[in-house]
Each structure stands twice: as structure tokens, then as C-alpha cells.
Design a protein around this ligand. Structure first.
Ligand SMILES: *[C@@H]1O[C@H](CO)[C@@H](O)[C@H](O)[C@H]1NC(C)=O
Ligand SMILES: *[C@@H]1O[C@H](CO)[C@@H](O)[C@H](O)[C@H]1NC(C)=O
Ligand SMILES: *[C@@H]1O[C@H](CO)[C@@H](O)[C@H](O)[C@H]1NC(C)=O
Ligand SMILES: *[C@@H]1O[C@H](CO)[C@@H](O)[C@H](O)[C@H]1NC(C)=O
Ligand SMILES: *[C@@H]1O[C@H](CO)[C@@H](O)[C@H](O)[C@H]1NC(C)=O
Ligand SMILES: *[C@@H]1O[C@H](CO)[C@@H](O)[C@H](O)[C@H]1NC(C)=O
Ligand SMILES: *[C@@H]1O[C@H](CO)[C@@H](O)[C@H](O)[C@H]1NC(C)=O
Ligand SMILES: *[C@@H]1O[C@H](CO)[C@@H](O)[C@H](O)[C@H]1NC(C)=O
Ligand SMILES: *[C@@H]1O[C@H](CO)[C@@H](O)[C@H](O)[C@H]1NC(C)=O
Length: 730
């Protein structure tokens, strides 16, 4: 494995000195601002625009890209086999002199309870009580091409090949490192906000459910998905940009389940592009500017803007159940706007980036005022909600409906389930009853009209299948409120939550005209949250609303409660609620990676398929090496499996221009039978490439057994030198 750039190490001592300087600076300003805040006799009146302290940080959180299932589609065939783009954690710290909040957006399917607990434990060891469950929000971008294996509830353990230590470690280390970097970079600065709308980048994938919301409510909105983009521009006191944080509601599923490369998908590509802009000359994942694109109320929102069609017949899918006359659910697939999934990822990512960049450029509304952080743990199986003046209702023990197994038009299930099922299927119910036991009458009644497929709340072997204790959390930065939601809220659910929170906050004495954003996939994963009306239709999202028809009503009540506490400045008096469990002895079902083999008379890193001598811009260079299993490379964060290098005439040396984090490169790990494997590296030569001499290198590790002792050895391989030329010379 090559370290991205030797220069990183050269700088580390200098960085140490800088860190001390920053610390001195920061502690002085904290003292100053604390003094100002304390000396203010009316703490509810915001001070005269003192600066915040702001820190931003980004760190690689890519785990071993081989054999481990990808998290999102729950498709057992979709196991990692290489890298499309790397995954990063991006942390933003804001401090008003007395309070501090941290928002982290991670290129990952969702944050799990287990991941959050491990991150908070690690932060506590390093920082004591500075970064806590109440002031740290962890949110996932919802890419479906990150590694699985970081969950502690049985349902996810089954689809993830267990609790995979190497997967968890990369995520915990990457997230904590991003907070460390943000912490060290803290300096006085200012925040500006702007909002706009982004068209042509999202469609509703369950319009039938959406239409079941009251007409009166729907009439208040022009579209059936939220198009708004909210951007926060973070600057230092000189006005130089240090970071950007934005929210937009769309599923990061431009890459479909046939992809096996780790990828940050459309949202990650938007970060990539803005960071490339602001950190000119840096390799991906390097440079000080951090651009976070956070998920939002994307539950029913697809990026596959051409919509679904029966791919075998060209006929439209059924509107209610998204099924095809021939081939059923599996044949009804959404795609677009590009010709393939890579182009779709590029187009959607570019749209989001372009809009955020435009809004960043014109952000001039300064965000000022105190910070707040409100958090509670809630037993979501036990919430009573007032549904009208005379009646109450209750949330349920978790359960998944039949249509959960149908999947969506962004990735359908393999079996004969369809969306919109309000009756069970005797065939599958029979199998379920035999294997897992019958759902209790009470739970069946509670979830109605959902026909229960898996009564996860009544299954606890070897550990519970689904969580009971859920985080609800809101942080506010001046007049911007971030609602951290534990799953995927549909468009209308998100609107109701935003409206309720805004109403409570605006009624407080210090906050007016609050802008409320939903940060999706935060803190713990509890699948979907639909409105009561959408739930009745039981498409995938309704079938996956695990605490029953009143799930959203319960959350509305809980988030209102938090918002009210913030408005009254009493959030520190909120009841903590029951702490979530931390299970030990979770099973790892991923077998140890076996020793590697190589073809006779070859060596690891040797080229099996050589490059051509000459290419033109727009061509794809491809080279294949004898490879080891990437899992043998251990901690791969901040390293690369591949480089594309150009020969610099002036210095007579090779310069790295792309790594495996680059959009232009693809690192495919091809696993053969017989424990042999290949690394095929592709480079799509971009229009910006200079003409000249190039080479591609591959770095890895292989395992051998010497006696019974496993020995890991590093290897590398280099392609022939090839030219990028205007013309072919053959
Ligand atoms: C889907 O709905 C259509 C009617 O809209 C119905 O004809 C068809 O049988 C349904 N398919 C399944 C598999 O339920
Ligand atoms: C995934 O995208 C590829 C194109 O990149 C396409 O060939 C394939 O049919 C798609 N599969 C699904 C299930 O959408
Ligand atoms: C959650 O509430 C249910 C129903 O009251 C109860 O049975 C369960 O023990 C509670 N769970 C926890 C962890 O407190
Ligand atoms: C309240 O809701 C219940 C259950 O849906 C319903 O039976 C009752 O009529 C409602 N009462 C009022 C006053 O709307
Ligand atoms: C699904 O397949 C099973 C087994 O072939 C069959 O018994 C069942 O009726 C099918 N269900 C539907 C909804 O088609
Ligand atoms: C549900 O109720 C029915 C009728 O009262 C009863 O026969 C059945 O055994 C009950 N099932 C369970 C799982 O309790
Ligand atoms: C491997 O190399 C040896 C020695 O050069 C040669 O005798 C043998 O035929 C080679 N085997 C293969 C499969 O190429
Ligand atoms: C590796 O590449 C060589 C040359 O193309 C091919 O013959 C071999 O089957 C490949 N091995 C695997 C494991 O894909
Ligand atoms: C290096 O020199 C060669 C021959 O003069 C030229 O074709 C090539 O473009 C140069 N490469 C770079 C990277 O400047």
C-alpha cells in the first residue's frame, strides 16, 4: 500500500506546532467569548454578533473493500470487490463560547446505534465530557455502496455477515479522526446561510402513498418531493471559506445493486466536486476545505429520475404495486438520468454540487445567536399519542410488513413479494410461523393494516432483532435547527416534523424565523417513517415503518418536546430516558480471508494484461495485476491500492495524479476460484489530462501460510509506460 503522499509525513511536526498555536488562540477566544456570554445579563437576547468558534475536519473511513456485504440493498450477491470512490467522514464543530455542537456526515448507508455508541465511547476516552450523546449528531449520507457489518441487532447482523470488526474499526477510526481534525482546526469564524431549490434531480418513488395524504395538506406544496437545498457557509474572520454544510433530500442510490465497488454515490460525488474546487491541486480527500452534503427526508425520494419501467417488456409498472406482468417486482426498475449508473451518479452528484456551490457563493444571511442541544432516549415501543380530542393510540413493538420484502423500484427483492400488500401470503406466513414463530395477536392488531412478515420486536435470539430505545435529538445554531432523525422520513413526514419544530422554536423568546432542516439516517437506524395516511397503502416505506401506524405521531410529540425545551432554554433538564443496550459477543459470520494463491511462475503484482502503448483523451486504460485479497492490507485508511502517475519532464520524476479515491479510476478486485485473484485498474482519461508519459501502479498485500503461521507480505506492481497522445501512431 502506498501512502497517498510522502509529504503528509513531512508536515506532521509542523502540524504539531500549528496545533499548539491554534489551541492557544482558541482557548483565548473561548475565554473571551465565555466572558462576554457570562457578562450578558439577559442571556436570551443574542449578543451583538460575536463570532463562533468553528472547526472542520475530514477523514477517510473506507474499510477493506472485499468480501464484506455492501449496506443498503440487502442483496447477498452484492459483496465488496474494489473501490469506485472512497468514503469519508466530515465533521463540523461550532462553539458559541459556552456551548458546543458537532455535526458529522459520513459516507455510509446509515448510522447504527452500535456505531454511535462506539464513536461516543472513543470520544469520551479522548475528550472527557466535551463531546457527548446530546451535542454530537452523526448522520449517514445513505450511500448503498459502503461496507455493512456495524450493527448490533439481529436483522442487520444476518444481512451483514455478522458484526465485522474490520468494517466497524474503519468507521469508528475515521469518524473520530474527522472530529479530531475539526477539533484541532477550531478558530473564530462566521456562518452564513442560503436556500434554494434544485429541480430535475429527484422523483417520488411511492406517489400512490403520497396521494393518500389529505388533499388540503398536499395543496400547500407544489411537488411531491422536497426540492429545497439549505447551505451553511463557514468562514474564518477574514471571510475565507473553510467549509460548507448542506442538506438535500434524495436517496444515494444512483449506483444500483449490480455494483460491487465501494462508492460514495451521488452525495459523496457532490462533496468530491466542491472539495476539488476549493482545494485546487490536492488529491481527493486532501486539503483543508470540507464540504458536507447531508441526507434529509429522502424516504420516498429516488434519484433515478427516468422513473421505473418493466425492463423486460418496456411496459409501465403497475402504479400501486410496482409489479410487472412478466417477472414481477424484480423487473420493475428505475434508472436515469444517465445511460448507466456511473453517468447517473455523475449527473445527480453534479447537479447537487452545482446548486450548493451557487448558494454558497451568494450566502450572505449571517447565522448568529446561541447554540442549543437537546437529546433524549425514547422507548419507541411504548409511546402513547393523542390522535384527536377523545382518543389516544400507541406505538407498537417493531415489525416489518410483507411489502418490506418487495424492496423498491430502486432495487427490488428476489422473491414474489409486491409493494402495497395489505394482506399476508399464506405461503410465506406458513414458512415464517414454522421457522420463526407466529406474531402475537396484539402485535398484529397494533400494526394493522400492515400484514406482518417479521415480528422483529418479538424475536430476541441471539440478540433482539430490532431496537426499542431510539435517539431523538435537535441541535440549533442560532436560527438554524437540525433535527436528527433515526431513519428515513418520507417527504410529507419530514414536512410535518419541520413545521412542528419550527412552531415550537418560533414561540420561544430568542428564536424567530427558525430554519429547520432534517438530518436523515442519524444516530440509529429504524428503517422508514411514513405518515399515518401513507402507512395505510403499505408500499415498501409503510411496510418498513417498524413501530406501527402512529410512528410519526410519536416522533412529532417527541421532537416538539425537545423543541419546546430549547425554546425555553431548559434542555439540560430534559429526562435522559432509558439508555440503549450494548451487546457483547456479537457473531462475526465472515470467514477469515484465506491465504492467497497466484498463477504458476508468476508473482504478486505482476502484470497479467498489459496497457497499450498509446491512448487518447476519453479512452479507458486498463491493466490487470496478480493480486492478494484487499482484506490482507489491514487498515487501508489514508492509503491507496492504485496510483496513476505522470512523468514530469522538468523534475524527471513520477507524480501521482490519481488514487483509488479519484472519480476517474476504478479498482476492481476480481476473486477467482482456487484463491487466486486479480486487480484490474481502469483509468478513464479525462479531458483535462496533459499529454505525456504515464504509468499505473497497484499496491497490496498477500497472505501465505508458513507452517500454520499466517504471514502477510506487501507487494506492488507497475504497468508499462504508456503515452496519452493526440493521435494514435499505429
Ligand atoms: C398489482 O396490481 C394490479 C392491479 O393494479 C393487479 O392486477 C396485480 O395482480 C397486482 N400484482 C400483484 C403481484 O399483486
Ligand atoms: C444497474 O445499472 C446498469 C448500468 O450501469 C444496468 O445495466 C443494470 O441493468 C442496472 N440494474 C438494475 C437492477 O437497476
Ligand atoms: C420498552 O417498553 C416496553 C413496553 O412497555 C417494555 O416491555 C420494555 O421493557 C421497554 N424496554 C426498555 C428497554 O425499557
Ligand atoms: C377520534 O379517533 C377515533 C379513532 O380513529 C375515532 O373513532 C373518533 O371518532 C375520533 N373522534 C373525533 C372527535 O374525531
Ligand atoms: C409466491 O410463491 C409461492 C410459492 O410458489 C406461492 O405459493 C404464493 O402464492 C406466491 N404468492 C404470490 C402473492 O404470488
Ligand atoms: C390469536 O387469536 C386467535 C383467536 O382468538 C387464537 O386462536 C390464536 O391462537 C391467537 N394467536 C396467537 C399467536 O396468540
Ligand atoms: C515455470 O517455469 C519453469 C522454469 O522456467 C518451467 O520449466 C515451467 O514449464 C513453467 N511452468 C509453467 C506452467 O509455465
Ligand atoms: C486474471 O487475469 C488473467 C488474464 O486475463 C485471466 O486469465 C485469469 O482468469 C484472471 N483470474 C481471475 C481470478 O479472474
Ligand atoms: C515531456 O516531454 C515530451 C517530449 O518532449 C512531451 O511530449 C511531453 O508532453 C512532456 N510531458 C509533460 C508531462 O510535460
Amino acid at each position: 500500500m502506498a501512502v497517498r503522499r510522502a509529504v503528509c509525513f513531512g508536515l506532521s511536526s509542523l502540524e504539531g506546532t500549528m496545533a499548539v498555536l491554534f489551541l492557544l488562540m482558541t482557548s483565548t477566544s473561548v475565554a473571551l467569548i465565555t466572558f462576554m456570554a457570562l457578562s450578558n445579563k439577559h442571556p436570551t437576547i443574542p449578543p451583538q454578533d460575536p463570532p463562533y468558534l468553528i472547526g472542520v475536519g475530514r477523514a477517510d473511513c473506507t474499510g477493506p473493500p472485499a468480501d464484506i456485504p455492501l449496506m443498503g440493498y440487502a442483496n447477498p450477491q452484492q459483496t465488496a470487490a474494489g473501490i469506485h470512490t472512497r468514503l469519508f467522514s466530515r465533521a463540523f464543530i461550532v462553539d458559541d463560547g459556552s456551548k458546543r455542537v458537532v455535526f458529522v456526515t459520513v459516507d455510509i448507508g446509515m448510522v447504527s446505534q452500535r456505531l454511535r455508541l462506539e464513536v461516543l465511547n472513543a470520544l469520551q476516552v479522548k475528550y472527557g465530557t466535551l463531546y457527548r450523546h446530546d451535542n454530537v449528531v452523526l448522520s449517514g449520507t445513505h450511500t448503498h455502496a459502503g461496507l455493512a457489518g456495524y450493527f448490533q441487532y439481529t436483522l442487520f447482523i444476518i444481512t451483514s455477515k455478522g458484526y465485522v470488526k474490520s468494517s466497524v474499526k474503519a468507521l469508528v477510526d475515521g469518524i473520530v479522526q474527522s472530529v479530531d481534525i475539526a477539533h484541532r482546526s477550531i478558530r473564530p469564524g462566521r456562518i452564513y446561510m442560503s436556500q434554494g431549490t434544485l429541480e430535475d434531480s429527484s422523483v417520488n418513488r411511492s406517489p400512490w402513498s403520497y396521494l393518500n395524504n389529505p388533499q388540503q395538506e398536499r395543496d400547500r406544496y407544489e411537488t411531491n418531493t422536497d426540492k429545497q437545498v439549505v447551505v451553511l457557509k463557514l468562514t474564518d474572520l477574514d471571510g475565507d471559506g473553510i467549509g460548507m454544510l448542506s442538506w438535500f433530500a434524495v436517496h444515494a442510490v444512483s449506483m444500483n445493486y449490480t455494483n460491487q465497488m465501494v462508492s460514495s454515490d451521488n452525495m459523496g460525488y457532490a462533496s468530491y466536486l466542491l472539495e476539488e474546487d476549493k482545494n485546487r491541486g490536492s488529491l481527493p480527500g486532501e486539503g483543508p476545505f470540507v464540504a458536507g452534503f447531508s441526507s434529509s427526508n429522502l424516504g420516498d425520494v429516488s434519484p433515478n429520475t427516468r422513473g421505473p419501467v418493466c425492463v423486460n417488456t418496456g411496459l409501465p409498472c403497475d402504479y400501486l404495486n410496482s409489479s410487472c406482468p412478466i417477472g414481477g417486482t424484480k423487473m420493475c426498475q428505475a434508472s436515469g438520468p444517465g445511460e448507466d449508473m456511473f453517468e447517473s451518479t455523475r449527473l445527480i452528484g453534479h447537479n447537487i454540487y452545482k446548486k450548493a456551490k451557487e448558494l454558497y457563493g451568494k450566502a450572505d444571511e449571517e447565522v448568529t445567536g446561541f447554540l442549543h442541544a437537546a437529546h433524549q432516549w425514547v422507548n419507541m415501543t411504548d409511546v402513547t399519542v393523542q390522535i384527536n380530542s377523545t382518543h389516544t393510540a400507541k406505538t407498537c413493538k417493531p415489525a416489518l410488513g410483507h411489502s418490506f420484502a418487495a424492496g423498491t423500484t430502486d432495487g427490488g427483492g428476489d422473491l414474489n413479494f409486491t409493494q402495497g400488500a395489505v394482506e399476508g401470503d399464506p405461503f410465506w406466513d406458513g414458512i415464517r410461523d414454522t421457522l420463526l414463530g407466529e406474531p402475537s395477536n396484539e402485535t398484529q392488531e397494533c400494526h394493522r393494516p400492515k400484514p406482518i412478515l417479521l415480528s422483529t420486536g418479538e424475536m430476541s435470539w441471539p440478540v433482539p432483532w430490532h431496537p426499542e430505545i431510539v435517539d431523538v435529538q435537535i441541535i440549533t445554531i442560532g436560527s438554524v435547527a437540525v433535527v436528527a432523525v433515526p431513519g428515513e422520513m418520507t417527504t410529507m413526514s419530514g414536512r410535518r416534523i419541520r413545521e412542528a419544530v419550527k412552531q415550537e422554536l418560533d414561540s420561544g423568546s430568542s428564536l424567530k424565523d427558525t430554519v429547520v432542516v432534517i438530518a436523515g439516517l442519524s444516530n440509529i437506524y429504524t428503517h422508514y417513517i411514513t405518515t399515518f395516511e401513507e402507512y395505510q397503502i403499505q408500499r415498501y416505506e409503510g411496510a418498513s415503518t417498524i413501530y406501527g401506524p402512529h410512528t410519526l405521531s410519536a416522533y412529532l410529540q417527541k421532537y416538539r418536546h425537545l423543541a419546546r425545551a430549547i425554546a425555553q432554554g431548559t434542555e439540560s433538564e430534559l429526562e435522559r430516558g432509558p439508555e440503549p443496550p450494548y451487546f457483547t459477543n456479537l457473531p462475526n459470520l465472515l470467514p477469515v480471508a484465506p491465504a492467497d494463491r497466484k498463477p504458476v511462475n508468476s508473482s504478486f503484482g505482476e502484470v497479467l494484461e498489459q496497457v497499450f502503448p498509446v491512448y487518447r483523451v476519453g479512452d479507458v486504460v486498463s491493466v490487470t495485476f496478480v493480486a492478494g485479497n484487499p482484506r490482507h492490507s489491514g487498515d487501508i485508511r489514508d492509503k491507496t491500492f492504485i496510483t496513476v502517475e505522470v512523468f514530469q519532464n522538468t523534475s524527471s520524476s513520477w507524480e501521482v495524479i490519481h488514487t483509488d479515491a479519484s472519480w476517474e479510476t476504478r479498482f476492481h478486485w476480481v476473486k477467482g476460484s482456487n484463491r487466486e485473484s486479480n486487480a484490474t485498474v481502469e483509468w478513464r482519461i479525462p479531458p483535462s489530462a496533459q499529454l505525456g508519459s504515464y504509468r499505473i501502479r497497484h499496491f497490496g498485500h498477500y497472505k501465505q501460510l508458513i507452517g500454520f503461521r499466517p504471514v502477510i507480505t506487501a507487494y506492488q506492481g507497475t504497468s508499462d509506460v504508456f503515452a496519452v497522445s493526440q493521435t494514435y501512431y499505429y
